[in-house]
Design a protein around this ligand. Structure first.
Ligand code: PLP
Length: 364
């Protein structure tokens, strides 16, 4: 098999060891002589698997006991609706920070279920984008929570400092940054993330929610579909309906892999190293440009442009010929994007940087 590096933003590259293990276990999981996809989610084996996943998540992210771990289907987009539906009535206000594309999608959906107060913290100075400090945002005094997407996957802009707000519940879409660096769960009321970037594979959404928000603060809207009702999901141990069993299984393997290589403390250092290598390569050239202030650059989605935009298609084509896949930026902003989640080895970044240097020499 040809060695390639896959920079896809999601579904994204998975650890090779995990794929190998899944391959080995595909037709005989747990010595049962059949696959994990063919077993009841009510079986002891599957319930053990689910418990193990929760335990590993608790250890990896340091999730306190006052928080519940829920699994949903329908991706992060479903949570854009489920969150206001569970926590608010129609006439209630929630602050929503518009940091980029995914923030805006969350706002559009929330408008159907509550009154979002939109905050625009992204500013531009001398052509460089930055995010105003969260302490300086003007929040609505009646809002019930603030929604943020601290890592915008498409733009590659991020709030890298842990957000802390007194007297306001923070709800965060961590779809493209969960498990990439250490966080303090206690700073949040609810964290959610689709699995297909850093947790495992598509079909699964992780929700880490303060139990108060499920049980004390819970608004009982009659029209909430039962499968989206946090109280019901919690009561049924995330198995009110049949969960995405293979996706859970694969995510379980990824979490074990992450624990084995040293957990989040270790991977966050590697991720910092990876993104620094790439940003240094961009900043030290006259050929490539990144338009985000260094303190707001994403460590997982590195975006950049070629100063001569006409050469970008050729860059992407030549990169692929050299085994560097899916570097095309999202169509709404163009340019180049390298998504470098936990499973992307540092070797992949070095290969990309060497390619960028060679391309510059050949096509300057
Ligand atoms: C930050 C963020 N939020 C939400 C989504 C939407 O996730 P899904 O397609 O799983 O609904 C994405 C997808 O890439 C994302 O990057």
């Amino acid at each position: 098999m040809k060695k390639i590096f896959n920079f896809s933003p999601g579904p994204a590259t998975l650890p090779y060891e995990v794929l190998k293990q899944a391959q080995n276990e595909l037709i005989n999981w747990n010595n049962l002589n059949f696959s994990v996809m063919e077993i009841s989610h009510r079986s002891n084996e599957f319930i053990d698997l689910l418990q193990n996943i929760k335990q590993d998540l608790r250890e990896l992210i340091n999730i306190p006991t006052q928080y519940d771990i829920l699994f949903c289907q329908g991706g992060a987009r479903t949570q854009f609706a489920a969150i206001p539906m569970n926590l608010l009535f129609y006439n209630e206000i929630a602050d929503y920070a518009n940091i980029g594309y995914w923030s805006l999608q969350a706002i559009k959906e929330a408008k159907k279920y509550c009154v979002p107060n939109i905050i625009n913290p992204v500013k531009k100075k001398n052509g460089i984008f930055y995010i105003k400090k969260i302490e300086n945002w003007i929040l609505n005094k009646n809002s019930k929570y603030i929604h943020i997407c601290p890592n915008e996957t498409i733009e590659g802009i991020a709030i890298n400092k842990e957000p802390i707000l007194q007297n306001k519940i923070i709800i965060a879409d961590l779809s493209s940054s969960i498990l990439a660096k250490e966080i303090n769960v206690k700073n949040y009321g609810l964290i959610y993330a689709s699995a297909q970037k850093n947790i495992g594979t598509a079909g699964l959404t992780l929700i880490i929610i303060k139990k108060d928000l499920i049980f004390n603060n819970h608004k009982k809207r009659q029209e909430i579909p039962s499968v989206l009702d946090y109280k019901i999901i919690s009561k049924y141990n995330s198995m009110f309906n049949t969960p995405p069993t293979f996706s859970l299984y694969l995510s379980g393997l990824v979490l074990k892999w992450l624990k084995k290589i040293g957990g989040i403390k270790y991977i966050s250092k590697i991720n910092k190293k990876k993104s620094t290598l790439l940003y240094n390569a961009i900043d030290s050239s006259n050929f490539y440009i990144n338009k985000i202030k260094p303190c707001n650059r994403s460590i997982t989605n590195v975006t950049f442009y070629l100063k001569d935009k006409k050469k970008e298609d050729l860059f992407i084509q030549k990169a692929q010929e050299n085994g560097l896949y899916y570097l095309k930026g999202h169509k709404i902003i163009g340019g180049i994007r390298a998504s470098i989640y936990n499973a992307m080895p540092i070797e992949g970044i070095k290969t990309l940087v060497n390619f960028m240097n060679d391309f510059e020499k050949n096509y300057v």
